[in-house]
Design a protein around this ligand. Structure first.
Ligand code: HEM
Length: 222
């Protein structure tokens, strides 16, 4: 049955359960239901900063890799938008006022170790974040703007100014995934790494919920 699926379809199918766990994590669903505060939203943006710093630095190291470079696009770059959002949300001293949570530290370590040296691992992490940002992220950004009265400042992360049609962009991305000459074993490793990436995202939401309830401080290490 699954032999007839394209790689991108198999990847989506195999990660659907992990996606659902991430999507329904309490912190995120509270935020989406309007039960989160502006500070909760800011905490999430701060953690994104550390994640994209690692992901986009790994991207720099992959610039000349024949497989990974296919997926690199300046249109996706999120770090400058995150920096502007944090400056707007926290103030000019934002860098001194944010810390990675334990799950973020583990996520970032994984990106640094795996995604900077293994093209398939890089693509796994790249896919999990950017395709998510271009999918549910678009909806989340609009909802946050409405809830907290943001226009563009504060939600720049969700605005892909150079991608007019996210659906078309994602379709091309999936075609590119299907065109990579990975054998079955490598495809399996990439899928496994996507599941790892989802797990980090779910653990991040768990840490954000724990930090909010006072059960965890940002300074705590894993
Ligand atoms: C928290 C609320 C979330 C909502 C409401 C949401 C919603 C969605 C929706 C509706 C799609 C399908 C879009 C389409 O078919 O074109 C999607 C796809 C996707 N989401 Fe999410 N998502 C959420 C969280 C996440 C998280 C935390 C991640 C991981 C970081 C993620 C990663 C992805 C990826 C990689 C895809 C593309 C799957 C594929 O087509 O290959 N999402 N999301």
């Amino acid at each position: 049955m699954s032999e007839t699926l394209s790689f991108s379809a198999a990847l989506r199918e195999r990660s659907a359960g992990s996606h659902s766990r991430s999507e329904h994590a309490g912190f995120m669903s509270d935020l989406l239901k309007g039960e989160g505060s502006r500070d909760d939203y800011i905490s999430l943006v701060a953690q994104h900063y550390f994640i994209y710093e690692a992901l986009e630095s790994a991207g720099e190291r992959m610039r000349n890799d024949p497989v990974a470079s296919v997926f690199l696009s300046d249109k996706l770059t999120r770090l400058p938008a995150l920096e502007s959002d944090l400056e707007f949300l926290i103030g000019p001293d934002w860098r001194d006022r944010i810390e990675p949570l334990p799950a973020t530290r583990r996520y970032v370590d994984r990106i640094r170790q795996v995604a900077a040296t293994w093209a398939g691992g890089f693509v796994a992490h790249h896919y999990t974040r950017y395709l998510g940002d271009l999918s549910g992220g678009q909806f989340i950004g609009r909802l946050m703007a409405r809830q907290f009265g943001f226009e563009t400042n504060g939600i720049g992360f969700y605005v892909f100014a150079d991608i007019a049609d996210p659906q078309a962009f994602k379709d091309v991305y999936r075609e590119q995934l299907d065109a990579v000459p990975w054998d079955d074993e490598e495809r399996e490793r990439v899928i496994e790494e996507v599941l790892v990436a989802y797990r980090f995202n779910t653990e991040l939401f768990e840490d954000l919920a724990a930090a909010k309830s006072g059960a965890l401080s940002a300074e705590q290490t894993a």
